[in-house]
Design a protein around this ligand. Structure first.
Ligand code: GTP
Length: 362
């Protein structure tokens, strides 16, 4: 048996309004709920039992996955009444683990798309005798992240806050949101209160002389927490830049799911997904976008790196760039929305209500 905890209880505020009715891990990425990719990758790496640490919109997870047998997994659901933070959620979920004190337990953030060798991280943890092994990834611009420097043997030396000066950028390694804990270490996290694993648990373990092992690799890595990253992750899956056993079709420029209707005179590219029940009319150009179930994209629209929510509609001749359109929203014909706009669920925008002044570059 190999066990894991998956943290899926966050509110996903940075992805509003997409997360108003759907928790971030259940949003469709590459045609299926994002969590399906993570569960399939974990199963492929030999994980057999997963405790899902839920809180926000908790009941939707069990509705989607049941006992997990469809994915060859045993799934157990644990719900926090109030969100306990990452560390508190791990501690709370641990009551439902079967692993013994010396056994390794994988922990995944529920919003990271990565090509990590999960089995390798677990095997290396076992062999090293570490208390915790952390997957680290290198980023080109580390200023927006807490940094995790390691020594030549991979021992974590510190957990540093976001750097404010050039001198403080001592490494380009950041926490990649996947860990292996020796089970007994989880049991030392305080129960029943909010705990951040990044700010409290890991620094505390270092101070008390714990062995935290950092494993840095160059595999694909993306935190899907923002709309820009969300559409990129979906497009990368569709285009095959990151493998997933759960992709519901062949890789290519677009994925049109069964039950979707995309007119042959519509242009779909850049890793676009059209989900079931969605309709794309002739002359529409949909680039690198996610069109959720039941949405309608009318004729002669341009939808560029955007997300169109469930049952939302985009009227004839409208232009969206890096937009997020909430579930059920209706953008009337001939609107040209400013790049990066977010439209709340159910909002109705009349025809020609918005036109950005500058022409939109292709
Ligand atoms: P934002 O609100 O946009 O920051 O997103 P988030 O709520 O998902 O927070 P964040 O991206 O920091 O969370 C990282 C991972 O931990 C995600 O998979 C979350 O679902 C999960 N998570 C965060 N807080 C909690 C919590 O209190 N309980 C549980 N069970 N999971 C959590």
């Amino acid at each position: 048996m190999s066990e894991a905890i998956l943290l899926v209880g966050g509110k996903g505020t940075r992805l509003r309004p997409l997360t108003t009715f759907t928790p971030k891990p259940l949003l469709r990425v590459g045609g299926v709920p994002f969590l399906t990719h993570q569960l399939a990758r974990a199963a492929a790496a030999g994980v057999t039992r997963i405790v899902l640490a839920t809180s926000y919109l908790a009941e939707l997870f069990e509705q989607e996955y049941g006992d997990g047998s469809r994915l060859g997994l045993e799934l157990v659901y644990v719900t926090e009444k109030e969100p306990l933070g990452t560390g508190g959620a791990i501690r709370n979920a641990a009551d439902h683990l079967k692993s013994g004190p010396g056994e390794p337990v994988l922990v995944f953030n529920g919003d990271i798309l990565s090509g990590l060798d999960i089995a390798g991280l677990r095997a290396g943890h076992w062999a090293s005798g570490a208390d915790v092994s952390l997957h680290l990834t290198r980023v080109p611009d580390p200023r927006a992240f807490g940094l995790v420097p390691t020594d030549a043997d991979g021992r974590v030396q510190a957990f540093l806050e976001k750097p404010e000066t050039a001198e403080e950028i001592v490494t380009d390694q950041i926490n990649a949101g996947c860990y292996v804990f020796t089970r007994s270490v989880i049991d030392t996290i305080p129960a029943g209160r909010e705990v951040s694993v990044e700010r409290e648990t890991f620094p505390g373990l270092l101070r008390s002389g714990g062995f935290l092992r950092g494993v840095t690799d160059d595999s694909y890595w993306l935190d899907l927490g923002t709309p820009t990253a969300f559409v990129k992750g979906s497009a990368d899956l569709v285009r095959g830049l990151i493998d997933s056993p759960a992709l519901p079709g062949a890789t290519g420029e677009a994925l049109v799911l069964p039950g979707a209707q995309a007119h042959e005179q519509a242009i779909l590219n850049g890793g676009t997904v059209i989900c079931e029940g969605a309709v794309v009319e002739p002359g529409a150009v949909v680039e690198g976008s996610v069109v959720l179930p039941g949405a309608r994209i009318a004729a002669d629209t341009l939808v560029h790196r955007s997300v169109v929510g469930r049952q939302a509609s985009i009227g004839t001749g409208s232009v969206l760039r890096e937009a997020v359109i909430g579930d059920g929203a209706q953008v009337g014909p001939h609107n040209e929305l400013p790049a990066g706009v977010r439209i709340a669920c159910g909002v109705e925008l009349p025809a020609q209500a918005v036109r950005v002044s500058a022409p939109i570059a292709a």
